[in-house]
Design a protein around this ligand. Structure first.
Ligand SMILES: [Zn+2]
Length: 336
């Protein structure tokens, strides 16, 4: 298989491999799928394959001058654009029109060294409207010998006109074996087997989640959350107020707590629908999850999931944390 450096993503690799071997390349690709599953990595590997000086069976050699320069981001025909913050303290990074104009200028020239110019635009959903307008012109009239690779983890935020001008390539969360392989190959910090198991289960197929300590930081809250899901009802409103107050005042980021809750509800739904235990995010808590899954109905579990999603949305605005959590748990009571 081509692109051996990239784990998983066999479908994406197959499509790009075919395009290379048949020399039927699109002028623009849109790589989409969750964060941290190999989109950027495959974009770089594809750029290397396109410009490699001694390719073998369409595969980049990885060692020639061109491959090394692309790896080091110093190849004159390889451009990587990503959102930047206007000031170090700015909340959101954006892809601004200046960056797009500069890229357009560079794409106006013939390739210096390579066969084609390759531009990778990461987090393309962060383009502001002016930048997007300018960029649409490039997509409509693509410069010669140029391949554009747009990357997004949120395709729903993109303009349909932008999506329709690219060949879309879908990326999927990585399978547990791939996450395990990545965790086991970490040199800096050797993880023990139990920790690896826990992280594989909780990664949701995303490398950054598997590597981040944040994802394990709130794991100790899970047993109490399973109790809460199982017990909260109009007869046990005390649990509702207790938990909401504790979480709103506790030091943990609420986004992480809600992710945790979603993971548990997903597992309960999964058990309820007869899914295999080794696919659970919280496999280590199977014994505690099972009785709760038996007690709840599928529509109730889905209603709770919906309530958590709504709370995430409310908290991304300016909602009062404790109030938002209480409202969410009232929905849980209705589903009890
Ligand atoms: Zn090479």
């Amino acid at each position: 298989m081509l692109f051996n450096n990239v784990l998983g993503q066999s479908q994406a690799k197959h499509i790009l491999g075919q395009a290379l071997s048949q020399s039927r390349l699109s002028h623009a690709y849109l790589f989409y799928g969750p964060e941290s599953i190999g989109k950027k990595l495959l974009a770089v590997e594809f750029a290397k394959a396109l410009n490699c000086l001694s390719p073998e069976m369409e595969e980049a050699c990885g060692t020639c001058d061109s491959c090394r320069k692309i790896d080091d981001r110093i190849h004159p025909d390889f451009f990587f654009v990503e959102p930047t913050k206007s000031t170090p303290t700015a909340r959101e990074a954006a892809l601004k029109i200046e960056a797009i104009r500069e890229l357009q200028k560079k794409l106006g020239f013939l390739p210096y060294q390579g066969k084609v110019k390759v531009a990778v635009i990461d987090q393309v959903e962060k383009m502001n409207p002016q930048a997007c307008n300018a960029f649409l012109k490039t997509l409509e009239e693509p410069p010669s010998s140029t391949i554009l690779i747009l990357i997004t983890s949120n395709i729903y935020q993109l303009l349909p006109t932008l999506i329709s001008r690219c060949q879309g390539i879908k990326f999927n969360p990585l399978p547990p074996e791939a996450i395990r392989q990545i965790l086991e190959s970490q040199d800096e910090e050797k993880l023990n087997p139990a920790e690896i198991d826990l992280r594989v289960g909780r990664a949701k197929g995303q490398v950054s989640r598997a590597l981040s300590d944040e994802a394990t930081q709130t794991s100790s809250y899970r047993p109490a959350m399973i109790d809460l899901i199982g017990q909260v009802s109009f007869k046990r409103m005390d649990l509702l107020f207790q938990w909401s107050k504790a979480m709103a005042k506790g030091g943990e980021p609420l986004s992480q707590i809600l992710e945790e809750l979603l993971g548990l509800l997903r597992d309960l739904t999964f058990i309820k629908s007869g899914g295999s235990p080794d696919q659970l995010f919280n496999r280590d808590l199977m014994a505690q999850l099972e009785p709760v899954a038996r007690k709840k109905s599928l529509p109730h579990l889905l209603k709770m999931t919906e309530a958590v999603n709504q709370t995430q949305y409310a908290l991304s605005g300016n909602a009062n944390a404790q109030l938002a959590l209480e409202t969410m748990l009232l929905d849980f009571c209705e589903a009890a």
